[in-house]
Design a binder for this molecule. Structure first.
Ligand SMILES: C[S@@+](CC[C@H](N)C(=O)[O-])C[C@H]1O[C@@H](n2cnc3c(N)ncnc32)[C@H](O)[C@@H]1O
Length: 390
């Protein structure tokens, strides 16, 4: 670190690297898998764009009661979910799982709460090919049997003979009645918001119950993986839940590079913890359906929390980029989160890899000056990788 309060960037590792060709090809071919398992008949085929749009509004509304209980038991909603939400969620989860330090051992078991049409199981299969050889048990729980049964047929069509290495148990039940485990991985994708509403509880109490429900099913060295849409609702929910999960003894692995309180919960901070990446390599058929449904997905976004029942070691030199890059009167900036809180990193030109979600290794000065508007630490940095930067 130089003593003039300028930090030195030593490495920037992207979280969402471009999808591997095999993943992009599998997603392109996924339309055929859908057509063979859940063919759309006349009325549902013609009405698909409107059904997608309507369900999208119900699922993303910040206020109100949210979608109806068992909404996936309705045939129009199920078709819309399978042809639009499922492949986009597989895409987003796959991009995350590829970049995340996530692994499972032979014989491990995973609990997926609010599994829907087995989205996470399919994403794991596509994004982590080395796991296909391992004997894994996936216990998938959802209140709606139709979604799980369609998901199981899709999983079998996607994975063929090789998929038999994984035992998939589907359990139709409300999440709080899920099997007790213990499991080596407990996960929930795009479901927490609904799981919290499901028992008619609100606020702090609902969060506490959720934290107990998750941690109570984890083995002593287990991992927890929670993923939500990149909306304010999803991000805030995960940041608040993180605090309670830490009280229950869990430690964050990612995106946090520290176990300090989440600085994004400060009232002054207007944004929330989420990551945005270009939807490169998304299949054309899905991009077309998105367009005709009147929705826009040039970029994908998500919030997530990967935690461990063990206590991981965090380096003080690590931080996470939590915004896109933006222009400032004198150069460029991006926000990063580390053990000191949020920093506004400033630089004259964009260092290579300085993108949303990237893990930075940098010698950053002890912060002294705060940005008047946001209260974040002001930290000018320079690229210490020589010509490699840019
Ligand atoms: C938006 S979908 C997510 C499905 C899947 N995990 C994905 O990422 O595509 C939410 C799922 O949670 C389920 N769900 C909602 N509340 C539930 C509850 N209390 N218990 C079990 N499942 C629930 C719904 O039936 C639905 O399948």
């Amino acid at each position: 670190m130089s003593d003039d309060q300028t930090g030195i960037l030593r490495d920037a590792v992207p979280l969402f690297s471009k999808p591997a060709p095999a993943l992009a090809e599998a997603l392109t071919a996924y339309r055929k898998v859908l057509d063979s398992v859940h063919p759309l008949k006349g009325k549902h085929r013609a009405g698909l764009p409107q059904d997608v749009k309507r369900l999208s509004l119900a699922l993303t509304a910040e206020r109100g009661p949210g979608p109806q209980t068992n909404y996936l038991a309705n045939p129009a909603n199920l078709s819309a979910y399978l042809y639009y939400f499922l492949p986009w969620n597989i895409y987003r989860l796959s991009r995350l799982l590829t970049g995340l330090n996530f692994d499972m051992k032979d014989g491990d078991s995973l609990l997926d709460l609010g599994c829907g049409p087995l989205t996470l199981a399919q994403a794991l299969w596509l994004a982590r090919p080395h796991l296909r050889e391992r004997r894994l048990r996936l216990v998938c729980v959802d209140q709606t049997g139709q979604a799980m049964r369609a998901g199981l047929a899709l999983f079998e069509a996607l994975t063929g003979e090789a998929g038999r290495n994984w035992t998939i148990d589907i359990v139709q039940a409300p999440a709080h009645k899920a099997p007790g485990g213990p499991f080596q991985v407990v996960a929930a994708a795009n479901a927490l918001n609904e799981l919290a509403r499901g028992r008619g509880e609100e606020g702090h109490h609902a969060m506490e119950r959720m934290a107990e429900m998750l941690t109570g099913r984890m083995a002593h060295n287990a991992q927890l993986l929670l993923v939500e849409p990149g909306t304010r609702l999803g991000g805030k929910l995960l940041s608040r839940l993180r605090e309670m999960l830490m009280e229950e003894g869990l430690s964050p692995l990612a995106p946090c590079t520290h176990a300090e309180p989440c600085p994004m919960l400060a009232p002054r901070w207007r944004s929330w913890c989420h990551f945005v990446f270009p939807s490169d390599g998304a299949p054309e058929w899905l991009v077309n359906l998105t367009r005709v449904s009147g929705l826009d997905k040039d970029r994908a976004s998500l919030s997530f929390m990967h935690m461990s029942a063990d206590e991981p070691h965090h380096e003080d030199t690590s931080s996470r980029v939590v915004s896109h890059r933006f222009t400032l009167p004198s150069g460029l900036g991006a926000y990063a989160c580390d053990h000191t809180g949020l920093r506004l990193l400033t630089f004259p030109a964009a260092p290579r890899g300085m993108v949303s979600g990237a893990l930075l290794e940098a010698g950053l000065p002890v912060p002294k000056q705060r940005d008047a508007k946001t209260g974040t630490w002001l930290t000018p940095i320079r690229d210490g990788r020589g010509d490699a930067g840019r």
